[in-house]
Design a protein around this ligand. Structure first.
Ligand code: URA
Length: 258
């Protein structure tokens, strides 16, 4: 195969990893999906509301649309049982599997990605495609195995054609991650990519700014680095990612000793 053909094939494989079997330039927001909560609520979220308003809106959605009391779960298994048939947002209709999370339920480190892709949707486990293999290698480079940490996403269901998660979807799904964090009680969180970090921290920062600082979520240290799928597209970023994960591991080691 000629070099250029090889490059195009690789680029298309990356696209497939990220977007599934779908090629697109710019996606228009789907008009197909209608949410059952009020227009005002959607607007509040779309326009980027304060943390207090976000909490209230998330509470409204959960009070109104989801009757099972998952908040009382005492373990991740219980939480999974109460949430995996979720239909709080339209992604419940289009997903194949609910991708709850995987790993050590008592992990000191929690890794958070954005949303399941095509492979994750099919298998019901986060980070199992090409990006997942790279994530396993990144963990190995800092002497960690997938089973040592816990891995979850902001969204538990795959957005169709891997489009970006909508603010309302992240808002609706967020209480599940919040509860997972409460049960796992990690000492440190590593956000994989800008979307995951901003959603967790309720910020609107560039990845550059997110990477520069150690943030806190409910008293837990939060670091951010590149999303592995971004590293597949831009291997030049691997060097910076390596610096981030070394910092993450050294902080993790300090926190575990304490
Ligand atoms: N990308 C993510 O953010 N999460 C996954 O689980 C897979 C790919």
């Amino acid at each position: 195969m000629s070099d250029i053909k090889k490059q195009i094939t690789e680029a298309l494989k990356d696209q497939q990893e990220i977007f599934g079997n779908f090629l697109y330039g710019k996606l228009e927001p789907s008009k197909k999906y209608t949410y059952t909560h009020s227009k005002e609520t959607a607007e509040v979220i779309e326009t980027g509301a304060s943390w207090q308003v976000r909490e209230k809106v998330a509470k409204d959605i959960n009070d109104n649309l989801f009757l099972e009391d998952f908040q009382k779960s005492k373990s991740l298994d219980e939480l999974y049982n109460l949430t995996h048939e979720c239909q709080k947002c339209p992604l419940g209709k289009t997903r194949t599997k609910f991708v709850f999370g995987v790993g050590n339920p008592d992990a000191d480190a929690l890794l958070i990605g954005e949303a399941p892709g095509a492979d994750e949707d099919r298998l019901g486990e986060p980070f199992v495609g090409r990006a997942g293999k790279l994530l396993n290698d990144i963990l190995k480079a800092i002497n960690l195995k997938r089973e040592d940490v816990y891995i979850a996403n902001i969204l538990k269901c795959r957005p169709p054609n891997n489009r970006d998660p909508l603010p309302i979807e992240m808002e609706t799904c967020f209480p599940y991650l919040q509860k997972q964090i409460e049960l796992i009680k990690p000492k440190i969180i590593l956000c994989l990519g800008r979307v995951a970090a901003n959603a967790l921290l309720n910020k609107k920062l560039s990845l550059g700014d997110l990477r520069k600082s150690v943030f806190e979520y409910n008293g837990i240290k939060v670091l951010s680095t590149y999303h592995p799928a971004a590293l597949l597209r831009n291997p030049n970023w691997k060097r910076d990612c390596w610096e981030d994960v070394k910092k993450f591991k050294s902080l993790l080691d300090q926190l575990v000793v304490v």
